[in-house]
Design a protein around this ligand. Structure first.
Ligand code: HEC
Length: 494
């Protein structure tokens, strides 16, 4: 009996082994089998006269495509064959993704990244700064927002709002709308209306749960994000109205990819534009479906009405509020000082994106991506021209910059200058897993394409960054999740 079992187990192991070699398409395996003999296990080079890939030069963004093309077409004169004949475009991109990961590992091992002196001061390109604690005792803070007098509002994902004023944190605001914390969802963004002084209005996004909806299966209750506005007076919330909500059939069970930021635009005919973003809830194809609100940036007015010049108002079945689509999980949204709209969104493994968001554009998910699957298998390429049938006939807008490897990009704001005059107009992007904040300076080139003029990691390793917000005085506030607190970046001299 025992022998039989063992034999069976042996056969099973052999079968599994064979299956594994046929299916093990992880980028690590591909690298080891096809590339490491010459380029080295860590891409350090050395074999067959190869150079190290672990240099500052090779970390530049332009090598994404240069490397992809070099691997596909080979370097015949130097003894590297064209892998385009034996590997798919997805596998070739996966190898570039892998080189990017090895580069980052070597960079971190070598002590790369923001440097804090023994006096707690960070030195950077334009400013020296330090980080100080502002608010502790929070529970999964998700967003922070300011009134002009410096009062800070804080949303906590479990479902609470708190007010921080004159150095004191309030009890939870009473009577806030009931949200449902489920996976990555819960109480999410807060946005104070630009005319708050006149109308007192505060907008929230949160996960709402409903009992009855057409998609209901197995008795499950569905959730979706709603945009609600109201007022806070004497520590009590009063709801004014629901400004946006999905059709009942789109409420669903998933606890993934809620996205969810609110950003203000211009006043048009007396109404204020409001942009907000939704993730694709882990259902990638919904991002391409204009009849589904997920994986989109939306544009409405502050009263919930839909602008008549939205790009898909005349498209049958489409959500009229859609502004752009093909987004995966946008957790950062901001308008820069010149009025350009930007989002940051999570890619899969490798490939978080910074996008310049324009009317009606398709940002490509899940047809193209810089990322690979979480199990390491490469299934996509970043560019429509090499994506084959998937992207045929589609115009896809590529990100202006990416994070390779991913940092779990979350929270985005623009510096208004103030105490950091030299940073005025720069964007600041947070990262959850990366525990990072990156500064971007962006400009259009002569042909009108966005270019990264400067990119600098200014924080690393203080905690998971959930939100980044410029305070009224120009200090950069960072909401951390683990440890749960709000810190701020202030000039070193202060
Ligand atoms: C037989 C040895 C050999 C193998 C195997 C090999 N390469 Fe190369 N590769 C070279 C040489 C030699 C060069 C040119 C010198 C250099 O750039 O280091 C090169 C160049 C490159 C370049 C271009 C660098 C540049 O400057 O643009 C990339 C990218 C690259 N290889 C990736 C790969 C990947 C990925 C694999 C596995 C699929 C691979 N190579 C397999 C030898 C090899």
């Amino acid at each position: 009996m025992t022998t039989k079992l063992l034999v069976r187990a042996g056969v099973f192991a052999v079968v599994c082994g064979a299956a594994a070699s046929a299916w093990a398409q992880s980028v690590e395996t591909l690298w080891e089998r096809n590339c490491a003999s010459c380029h080295g296990k860590e891409a350090q080079g050395g074999g067959a006269g190869t150079k190290s890939f672990l240099t500052d030069e090779y970390r530049k963004r332009e090598y994404d495509r240069l490397f992809f093309d070099a691997i596909r077409e080979g370097k015949a004169d130097m003894g590297m064959s064209a892998f385009g004949e034996t590997l798919s475009n997805e596998q070739i991109w996966g190898l570039v993704n892998h080189i990017r990961m090895l580069q980052d590992q070597a960079f971190r091992k070598g002590g790369g990244g923001p440097k804090r002196g023994s006096d707690g001061v960070y030195a950077s390109k334009h400013a020296s700064y330090k980080v100080e604690d502002v608010v502790r005792g929070l529970s999964t803070p998700w967003s922070v927002e300011f009134l002009t007098d410096g009062t800070m509002l804080i949303a906590e994902r479990p479902g609470t709002l708190r007010v921080w004023k004159d150095g004191k944190l309030s009890e939870p605001v009473k009577n806030v709308p009931k949200s449902r914390e489920t996976g990555q969802g819960g109480m999410m963004d807060i946005a104070v209306h630009p005319d708050y002084a006149k109308n007192g209005l505060i907008y929230l996004t949160f996960t709402q749960e409903i009992d009855e909806h057409p998609g209901k299966q197995d008795g499950h209750r569905g959730t979706h994000t709603v945009v609600v506005r109201g007022t806070i007076a004497d520590g009590v919330w009063t709801t004014d109205k629901t400004v946006w909500q999905a059709r009942p059939e789109h409420y669903m069970r998933s606890g993934l990819h809620f996205g969810s930021r609110i950003v203000w635009g211009e006043v048009i005919d007396g109404k204020r534009e409001l942009y907000f973003c939704l993730g694709e809830r882990g259902q990638a194809n919904q991002a391409q479906d204009l009849g589904n609100p997920n994986g989109k940036v939306h544009r409405i007015f502050d009263d919930g009405s839909v602008p008549k010049d939205n790009p898909f108002v005349a498209t049958e079945g489409a959500y009229a509020s859609i502004w752009s689509y093909g987004h995966r999980n946008p957790q950062g949204l901001v308008r820069d000082l010149a009025g350009n709209l930007w989002d940051t969104e999570h890619g899969p493994r490798g490939g978080d994106e910074l996008n310049a968001v324009v009317k009606g554009a398709n940002y490509g998910w899940p047809l193209v991506s810089y990322g690979i699957e979480y199990n390491g298998s490469p299934t996509r390429v970043p560019w429509a021209d090499v994506a084959g049938d998937k992207a045929k006939g589609k115009t896809i807008v590529n990100p202006v910059d990416v994070w390779l490897p991913s940092v779990g990009v979350c929270g985005l704001d623009v510096s208004t200058g103030g105490v950091f005059g030299a940073w005025k107009g720069d964007l600041f992007a947070g990262g959850l897993a990366g525990e990072s904040v990156d500064r971007f300076r962006l400009a259009k080139d002569d042909a009108g394409a966005w270019k990264v003029v400067e990119r600098e990691e200014i924080l690393r390793g203080l905690g998971r960054v959930r939100d980044v917000r410029t305070g009224p005085d120009g200090a950069i506030y960072v909401a951390l999740n683990g440890p749960d607190k709000v810190v701020r970046i202030v000039p070193a001299g202060k």
